[in-house]
Design a protein around this ligand. Structure first.
Ligand code: PNS
Length: 177
């Protein structure tokens, strides 16, 4: 039987528990799943490509059929290069649907044999996005439970010197640690 190789493309800036939930689900239905991290060219990412790759590798090593790679340029060109026949994308809410549908149909036009497969993350992650995680972290809010611990630590190191984070926390809770 034909083996299904899927890629899971995204910016992963940063990787969230919602992404990991989807990777776990994908690893169960695809023979191979390649997490393909985009080297963003338009916007400056918070984490460098190397950092995002390193964190993703650490968090996915538990799944034998999952590997991590990076790409730039058209996603379909990368998919053809690694001989993938499917693209995994997550849909959280109806609001994701329009953008995802547009992208899936455009990708189908570019590469008719590449199928986009949509999966839903656990409900607990249906409101979670990298953008919100970045914003909350930058404003000194709590992000535990939203991202893996290693990502949480790296985020804090990046966006807030420890004393500043503590200052905001104290102001919010009124308690010193
Ligand atoms: O989860 P994200 O960060 O929104 O992922 C978006 C991603 C990486 C899947 C998309 O931006 C993409 O595929 N970029 C590569 C360039 C490309 O192929 N563009 C045409 C899309 S129809």
């Amino acid at each position: 039987m034909k083996k299904v190789i899927a890629i899971y493309p995204g910016s992963f800036d940063p990787l969230t528990n919602g992404h990991l939930d989807l990777i776990e689900r994908g690893s169960k239905i695809f023979d191979r799943l390649i997490v393909a991290i985009l080297r963003n060219t338009e916007k400056t990412p918070l984490f460098s490509l190397a950092e995002r790759r390193e964190m993703m590798m650490a968090m996915t090593e538990q799944w034998d059929n999952v590997s991590v790679d990076t790409f730039e340029g058209l996603m379909v060109d990368y998919a053809l290069k690694v001989e993938a026949n499917a693209v995994l994308r997550g849909i959280r809410a109806i609001s994701d649907y329009e953008y995802e549908l547009q992208m899936a149909l455009m990708n189908r036009k570019l590469a008719p044999n590449l199928e986009t497969v949509f999966m839903m993350p656990a409900e607990a992650y249906s409101y979670l996005s990298s953008r919100l995680v970045r914003e909350i972290a930058q404003l000194g809010g709590p992000i535990s439970g939203l991202v893996p611990e290693v990502v949480e630590r790296r985020l804090r190191e990046k966006v807030e010197p420890a004393h500043k984070f503590e200052e905001v926390r104290t102001r919010r809770t009124g308690k010193k640690k």
